[in-house]
Design a protein around this ligand. Structure first.
Ligand code: IVH
Length: 685
C-alpha cells in the first residue's frame, strides 16, 4: 500500500481489510478448502478493484487484484507455465456485458480491424488445468496455481478417462491444452450416496470435490472419482502457428481427440450473446456438470492480439456470471417445528441471505441424523444453497470459520409447543410429538385440510387457522363448517367482507369430491391416487366405514401399507366422530368424480409445469389422472408430453428440450384431453 501520513482513512482501512480477506481466501482456495463460495469472493474482489480504481494512490503491486490466485501449495512439485494462465474479468449483468462490448468494438474500430465475432462457451465450475503434450504424448498436467507457477498433478490427470494419453496423428511438437476438470453431477451424487450409506459427512459441491480429488497423493483415488475434462484454450504451441480463430482451434482440438463441449456457439451481435446467456441462466441445471456462467471470447486470434491483456485477464474475454446459488451466512439457531403427524423437524434459523433469487432466513435440516452428519452448530458460518425451484438447504458448516466454544446440537427431549415428551422409535429417522392434542399438530392438521392439496378453502391459510385454534373456535376440521361470519369477525385482521368471504369459501367446500375429503383428513401414506381409488371403489364415506380390512387391501393400486393405515384411521373413535360431525355439518361425503371420464390417456405420462389457463395445478393433474394417464413431477425419457403453463419451470423446459419431449400449450392440452393423443402440431404420431 502507498505510504500514508497519519491515521488511515476509512477507505484505506477497508482496502487493507479486503486485501487481507482475499489473500486468506486465496490460500484456502488453492489448498483445496475454500472458505467462501465463488459468488461472494467475486463481490469482495470487485469491491477491492473498484476502490483501487477510485483511489490510485492506494495502488500496490502485491494487491490480490494483480494476482490470479495464491501461491501454489508445496505438497506437489511446482510447474512454471510457459505461457501464464490468466483469469477472466466478470460481467454481473447485461449492462456490464454491453459496456465490455463497447470497449472491444471501440478498440477494434480504432485499429480498423473489421467487425467482431464472439464465441460463447459455458463457464464450467471446476478447476483450470494445463495439459502438455510433446510429439503427441501426454507428458505433464499442472494446476493454475498463481497463474505463473502451478502444481504438478500429472499422475492424477492421467487417470481421467476423457484426457487422451496420445493425441491423434499430426500433433505439433509441443501442444499445451488448457481446460476445466470437473466432476459430473451424477458422479457427485453417487459419491455422496456412498458417504451417506457409510454415515460419513457428505461432500459440499462438485467443484470442491473435483479439486480435492485432483490433489490426492494417491492417484488411484482420483481414478475412482469419474472426473471429466473440457478443453477451451491453448497454452504453449510449438510447430503450428496458423490458427485464425478459436472456432478453428476447437475443430483442431476435437480432431486430435481432446474433449470439446458441444454447446459452443458464435454470434455477431451482443444482443444474441446476451440471449445465449439468458437461455443458459434458465437452463443451468440441464447438463450433467455445473456451470456458473457463460464465457464470451473474441473469436479472431488477430483481434485478440490487438486487444491484449491486463496483468491478470485478457481484454478479449469476459465471464458473464449467473447469480450465485450458494452463499455463506450465520446459523443463528436450530429450532424444531411440529407437523400435523407430530413429526418434529429441526430447521435452521439463519441470518437472512440473498441466494438463488430470494432471501432465505430458514431452511429445513430434516431430522436428527442429518444435523449430526452435517455437524452444523448454532453460531457456525454455514453454506446455504438454493438452486432453481428446489427448496433451500444448509449444505454444511465452514469449519475453518467455526467460532470457539460451539457445541454440537442435541435434539430436544420435549415438544417445544405442548411440552409433552418427544419420541424416536428404533430404526426410525424421525422424532415425534405423540400428543395428538398438541396445538401445533391440531393447527397443521386443519391447515392441511383447508389447503389447495385437499379441500382448497380460499382465505383459510395457516395464520387464520392458528387464530381459530387459539381462540378455541375450532378444535377439529369439522368445526370449520360450524363457523359463522360473526365468529370470524372476532379474529384480528378480519372485516365484514373478508369474514363473509371465508364463510362462503367454507360453504363451497361442502361440495368437494370424496377423494379431497380423504386427503384432507391426513391419513398417513394416502396420496391423491390412492384416495381416488378408495373413493371410486366405495363411492361414499359410509361405504368406506363399512368396508372390511380385506375389502380395502383388495383395491387395485392400494398397497398393504396404505390399506393398514386406512383401516387403522377409521378404526379410531375420534376419527370416526370427526367424520360423523362432517356429515352432520352438511359436508357431502359421496361425490365421486371421474367415474364416467373416457380412459383415453391410459399409458401416457403427461407432466404439467406452471399454471395452465382454465385449470388450477391440481385440476390439471386430476384431468390427466381421471382419464387414466400418469402425471409425474419431473420430465424423463418416458414423458409423453410436457404441458407448459404460465410461470413454467425452467429446468423442466430445458429437460424437455434436451430429450425432445413434445410441449403443449393450453390449447394443445385441451386437444390431448379430448382426443387422447397429441395435437398434430406437437409432433404427435
Ligand atoms: S477461458 C484467458 N473458458 O473460469 C482465459 N475459462 O474465472 C482463460 N472457466 O480460470 C480461461 N469455463 O477455470 C475459460 N469456457 C471457459 C471456462 C473457463 C470455466 C474457468 C477457468 C478460469 C476461470 C476464470
Amino acid at each position: 500500500m502507498a505510504e500514508s501520513t497519519g491515521v488511515p482513512t476509512e477507505i484505506e482501512q477497508r482496502v487493507r481489510e479486503l486485501r487481507e480477506q482475499l489473500s486468506a481466501h486465496n490460500v484456502a482456495y488453492y489448498a483445496g478448502e475454500p472458505t467462501i463460495p465463488d459468488g461472494e469472493y467475486d463481490l469482495l474482489a470487485r469491491e477491492l478493484r473498484d476502490a483501487e480504481a477510485a483511489h490510485p494512490d492506494l495502488a500496490d503491486d502485491a494487491s490480490p487484484t494483480h494476482l490470479v490466485g495464491a501461491p501454489a501449495a508445496t505438497t506437489f512439485d511446482p510447474v512454471t507455465h510457459a505461457v501464464p494462465m490468466m483469469s477472466l474479468d466478470n460481467a454481473m449483468d447485461r449492462g456490464e456485458l454491453e459496456a465490455w462490448n463497447e470497449r472491444v468494438t471501440r478498440a477494434l474500430d480504432e485499429a480498423e480491424a473489421g467487425p467482431v465475432r464472439y464465441v460463447c462457451e459455458l463457464k464450467f465450475d471446476g478447476l483450470a488445468i494445463s495439459i502438455r503434450y510433446e510429439n503427441g504424448n501426454f507428458v505433464r498436467a499442472a494446476t493454475r496455481g498463481d497463474g505463473r507457477v502451478g502444481e504438478d498433478v500429472t499422475a492424477n490427470v492421467a487417470t481421467i478417462e476423457a484426457v487422451p494419453s496420445v493425441l491423434g496423428p499430426g500433433a505439433p511438437e509441443v501442444f499445451e491444452v488448457r481446460g476445466e476438470v470437473y466432476m459430473p453431477v451424477s458422479a457427485f451424487d453417487a459419491l455422496n450416496a456412498d458417504q451417506l450409506a457409510a454415515g460419513k459427512p457428505r461432500y459440499v459441491n462438485p467443484r470442491n470435490t473435483a479439486a480435492g480429488s485432483l490433489r490426492q497423493k494417491d492417484a488411484s483415488i482420483t481414478a475412482q472419482r469419474r472426473l471429466g475434462f473440457w478443453s477451451y484454450q491453448l497454452g504453449e504451441v510449438v510447430g503450428r502457428d496458423d490458427f485464425e480463430s478459436s472456432l478453428v482451434v476447437f475443430d483442431y482440438l476435437s480432431e486430435l481427440g481432446m474433449p470439446v463441449n458441444g454447446e459452443i456457439r458464435s454470434f455477431d451481435s451482443i444482443d444474441d450473446v446476451h440471449g445465449f446467456c439468458s437461455q443458459w441462466e434458465l437452463g443451468r441445471h440441464a447438463p450433467d456438470y455445473e456451470i456458473d456462467g457463460v464465457v464470451i471470447k473474441v473469436d479472431s486470434l488477430r483481434h485478440r492480439a490487438l486487444l491484449g491483456s491486463t496483468s491478470r485477464a485478457p481484454r478479449w474475454a469476459i465471464a458473464f456470471k449467473f447469480p450465485p446459488e450458494e452463499r455463506t451466512t450465520q446459523l443463528r439457531d436450530i429450532e424444531v417445528s411440529i407437523g400435523r403427524t407430530g413429526r418434529a423437524t429441526p430447521f435452521a434459523v439463519l441470518e437472512p441471505v440473498f441466494v438463488g433469487g430470494s432471501t432465505v432466513g430458514m431452511a429445513t435440516l430434516h431430522n436428527e441424523d442429518q444435523v449430526a452428519t452435517k455437524d452444523v452448530r448454532p453460531g457456525d458460518m454455514v453454506i446455504v444453497r438454493k438452486a432453481g425451484d428446489v427448496i433451500p438447504e444448509v449444505v454444511g458448516p465452514v469449519l475453518a470459520a467455526r467460532p470457539e466454544n460451539t457445541q454440537p446440537w442435541s435434539f430436544p427431549t420435549s415438544c417445544p409447543r405442548c411440552f409433552e415428551q418427544l419420541l424416536r422409535g428404533e430404526g426410525d429417522a424421525n422424532t415425534y410429538c405423540v400428543n395428538r392434542m398438541c396445538p401445533s399438530r391440531v393447527e397443521q392438521g386443519i391447515a392441511h385440510f383447508a389447503s389447495r392439496a385437499a379441500m382448497d378453502i380460499e382465505g383459510l391459510g395457516e395464520r387464520t387457522v392458528v387464530m381459530l385454534v387459539d381462540s378455541g373456535l375450532v378444535v377439529d376440521v369439522a368445526d370449520l363448517f360450524g363457523l359463522t361470519s360473526h365468529d370470524v369477525l372476532t379474529l384480528e385482521g378480519f372485516a365484514e367482507i373478508s369474514a363473509t368471504n371465508v364463510i362462503s369459501a367454507i360453504d363451497e367446500a361442502r361440495e368437494r369430491p370424496l377423494a379431497d375429503v380423504l386427503i384432507g383428513l391426513g391419513i398417513a401414506h394416502l396420496g391423491p391416487t390412492s384416495a381416488e381409488a378408495l373413493a371410486t371403489r366405495f363411492q361414499s364415506m359410509d361405504g368406506i366405514l363399512a368396508a372390511s380390512p380385506d375389502d380395502i387391501a383388495g383395491i387395485d393400486g392400494i398397497g398393504p401399507t396404505i390399506a393398514e393405515s386406512v383401516t387403522e384411521f377409521f378404526a379410531d373413535e375420534v376419527n370416526r366422530m370427526v367424520v360423523t360431525k362432517l356429515g352432520e355439518f352438511g359436508v357431502r361425503l359421496d361425490i365421486v368424480e371421474g367415474a364416467d371420464l373416457p380412459q383415453n390417456l391410459a399409458g401416457l405420462a403427461v407432466v404439467v409445469t406452471g399454471t395452465v389457463s382454465g385449470y388450477s395445478r391440481d385440476e390439471a393433474t386430476a384431468a390427466i389422472k381421471g382419464r387414466g394417464g400418469k402425471s409425474p413431477g419431473s420430465v424423463s425419457k418416458k414423458t409423453s408430453a410436457l404441458v407448459v403453463g404460465e410461470g413454467a419451470g425452467a429446468s423442466k423446459l430445458a429437460k424437455a428440450e434436451e430429450l425432445g419431449v413434445p410441449q403443449l400449450d393450453a390449447g394443445g392440452f385441451e386437444y390431448l384431453l379430448a382426443n387422447g393423443e397429441l395435437p398434430p402440431s406437437a409432433g404427435g404420431e
